[in-house]
Design a binder for this molecule. Structure first.
Ligand SMILES: Nc1nc2c(c(=O)[nH]1)N[C@H]1C(S)=C(S)[C@@H](COP(=O)(O)O)O[C@H]1N2
Ligand SMILES: [Mo]
Length: 254
């Protein structure tokens, strides 16, 4: 079977800084990964039929062999973001809005007061590298439960502080989305800490999504708003994700 990831090895090796192409601690499920890699068009329902709502593999502290390689945006230039970053995100607020009964505005203190989950998982970027890191955060389901999704809500959309694209026609801020099944998955968390320290700016401070079992680009960094919607048609070009709108699959399962 053609191994797309081995193929990527040659082109990305030079760009790697600290992360192995594929961390060998994750080899146990490599047959599954190879299967999905070879089925780019596999639908969400087909993937669920295969792996169900199983948990992504979790690792031990000893498996963390390098820092999480920062990728994509690493230092948002948005003025309000920079100002917040200078005061340890004291003025940061997460907004939960859209198809909810009780919209929420939560500070970092509010979020860290809620029960947290810690998980050591492997991050797989579509570019062909992996990192194992420890993530701590509040389960997204907990935050959604506070906001009480309406029965019509189907997706959680994540709006981010970083303009990933700047051109004469304007700025495009990073966006992502997941359906509510993934949103309530126990390993789906809004992470504020990484490897035992507050989340660094390069990795999405103060709050980034972890939606394990999916590819790196789903893990929206610099999240300021979660919007519940019944459709993705009006978001970007309609595929629910900055990168999916530019050619990658929306349901980026591994
Ligand atoms: N807001 C935002 N989120 C983002 C990105 C980005 O550019 N902006 N890049 C994505 C990609 S492609 C990857 S692999 C991961 C990288 O996360 P890291 O910097 O913590 O390794 O973030 C994802 N989430
Ligand atoms: Mo990525």
């Amino acid at each position: 079977m053609f191994d797309r990831r081995k193929f990527l090895l040659g082109s990305t090796a030079a760009a790697l800084s600290g992360c192995k192409i594929f961390d060998s601690a994750g080899r146990s499920d490599s047959h599954l990964r190879a299967l999905f890699a070879s089925h780019e068009g596999l639908t969400r329902s087909a993937q669920r039929a295969l792996i169900g709502d199983a948990l992504a593999p979790e690792f031990s502290e000893a498996d963390i062999r390098q820092g999480q390689r920062p990728n994509g945006s690493t230092d948002p230039v948005d003025a309000s973001y920079r100002q917040m970053a200078q005061s340890a995100f004291r003025d940061y607020r997460l907004t939960v809005t859209g198809l909810v009964e009780t919209p929420q505005t939560l500070s970092l203190a509010d979020l860290t007061t809620l029960p947290s989950r810690t998980q050591i998982t492997r991050h797989d970027c579509v570019e062909g590298w992996s990192c194992i890191a420890k993530w701590q955060g509040v389960p997204l389901g907990t935050v959604l439960t506070l906001a009480k999704p309406k029965l019509t809500a189907r997706y959680a959309v994540f709006h981010c502080f970083d303009a990933i694209e700047r051109s004469l026609s304007g700025e495009v801020f990073y966006y992502e989305s997941i359906d509510l099944i993934d949103a309530y998955h126990p390993q789906t968390i809004l992470a504020y800490a990484m490897n035992g320290a507050p989340l660094p700016v390069a990795n999405g401070a103060p709050l980034r999504l972890r939606v394990e079992r999916q590819l790196g680009y789903k893990m929206a960094k610099y999240v300021h708003t979660i919007e519940l919607t019944d459709s993705l048609a009006t978001l970007g070009f309609g595929k629910g994700s900055y990168w999916a709108d530019r050619g990658y699959e929306r349901y980026a399962g591994i």
